[in-house]
Design a protein around this ligand. Structure first.
Ligand code: OFO
Length: 169
């Protein structure tokens, strides 16, 4: 059975994961407005991943006899000035998520919830991958600068990203 404190912390993180989904959907819309279909695809996959992150925790809380209480999802940003600005935002956001996952680990540690610690290890590793993926795109965008042809090449590359449903936990 999950402790009240752990349940509350998971509920907060589930909201944060749904917020991530919403934020990336908003970024997807921004790229639609630029007609950069590869970037749209990258964000579509990101949106699916965030939903999977949220649902992984949603199912976990219930499997431990807890209950998920859904809260309102905050309004995400809707305007950026360039693809570079978007990816700077994504990296900043993922770093924030990493700190939230670490804080969740701290709660699991505090209440001595070994099962939650094991479960959360998947998210710790996922954040390393998330920050790395985003950092790579960001580094390429910095190299590209104002080169439109290079931007279109990156767009083609991002069109190849596919969603693979993760096995969480
Ligand atoms: Fe992007 O990792 Fe979940 O939020």
């Amino acid at each position: 059975m999950i402790s009240e404190k752990m349940e509350k912390a998971f509920n907060e993180q589930i909201n944060a994961e749904f917020y991530s989904e919403y934020l990336y959907l908003s970024m997807q819309s921004y790229f639609e407005s630029l007609n950069l279909k590869g970037f749209v695809n990258w964000m579509t996959v990101q949106v699916q991943e965030e939903r999977a992150h949220a649902m992984g925790m949603f199912d976990y809380v219930h499997s431990r006899g807890g209950k998920v209480e859904l809260e309102a999802i905050a309004k995400p940003e809707t305007h950026w000035n360039s693809p570079l600005e978007v990816f700077e935002h994504v990296l900043k956001h993922e770093e924030l998520v990493t700190s939230k996952i670490n804080a969740l680990m701290d709660v699991a540690d505090e209440v001595k919830d070994r099962a939650a610690l094991t479960f959360l290890n998947w998210y710790v590793k996922e954040q390393v991958e998330e920050e790395d993926n985003v950092g790579n795109v960001l580094a390429t965008l910095k190299l590209i600068g104002d080169d439109k042809k290079a931007l279109l090449m990156l767009d083609k590359d991002l069109a190849t990203r596919t969603f693979v449903a993760p096995v969480i936990g």
